[in-house]
Design a protein around this ligand. Structure first.
Ligand code: GRF
Length: 212
């Protein structure tokens, strides 16, 4: 039985596209956007997927909107909920409801640069390595257990746009990988650190620095 996935997005949806086009053992059972005009919704419809617009501007109260969103998600009975550029802060009740089956991608090497404008901040700090992170979502914004990260070099003449494009290419690689691991039941969360099942030997080797 394949893993049932609901995708939440707010805009362009390039991460969602990368996930949809990867050969993964999942079924995308719905794509939901808080912005009716999101390009990602149009792409979902084009692929014949269930695409739902739930306009948050029609709901003043965050908790009330999140409750509606959760009702819509639950109608599709997902094993996993994937945030793919979902640009709204989620209420604690929503996060608690999906704990352990809610993934996000963030365009920085967390715990560096949580929040917005990550590429501009990376350039302003003069970091030499930047990147992206897939993590489980917890109540603390951009701080949940890390599943996978990818690093890119920061070049002396980089603009925020150039750096963003370099990072985005890696996002499109690691998000499908993280979802595959989840779908295969290989992610083990040990005290807030995620390990890969069946990879304990290499984990041990890495932690001791010993060669096989
Ligand atoms: C990505 O940079 C992602 O890391 C962040 O929002 C952006 C979404 O881009 N959370 P897209 O909509 O997937 O193209």
């Amino acid at each position: 039985m394949s893993c049932r996935v609901v995708v939440l997005l707010s805009g362009r949806g390039s991460n969602f596209q990368a996930i949809a086009e990867a050969d993964l053992p999942i079924e995308i059972v719905a794509v939901i956007s808080n912005r009716p005009q999101a390009a990602g919704l149009a792409y979902a419809r084009g692929r014949g997927l269930t695409a739902v617009a739930l306009d948050h501007t029609a709901h003043a109260d965050r908790e009330a909107f999140d409750a509606l969103l959760a009702d819509e998600i639950d109608r599709h009975q997902p094993d996993l909920v994937v945030l793919a550029g979902y640009m709204r802060i989620l209420s604690p009740a929503f996060i608690a409801r999906y704990e352990g089956r809610l993934l996000n991608i963030h365009p920085s090497l967390l715990p560096m640069f949580p929040g917005l404008k990550t590429h501009e901040r990376a350039l302003a700090e003069g970091v030499k390595i930047h990147g992206c992170t897939v993590h489980f979502v917890t109540a603390m914004l951009d701080h949940g257990p890390i599943v996978i990260q990818a690093a890119v070099p920061v070049r002396a003449d980089d603009t925020a746009d150039a750096l963003a494009a370099r990072v985005l290419a890696q996002e499109h690689r690691i998000y499908p990988q993280a979802i595959r691991w989840f779908a295969e039941g290989r992610l083990v969360n040990m005290h807030g650190c995620v390990n890969l099942k069946d990879d304990l030997q290499s984990q041990a080797v890495l932690s001791t620095g010993t060669e096989l």
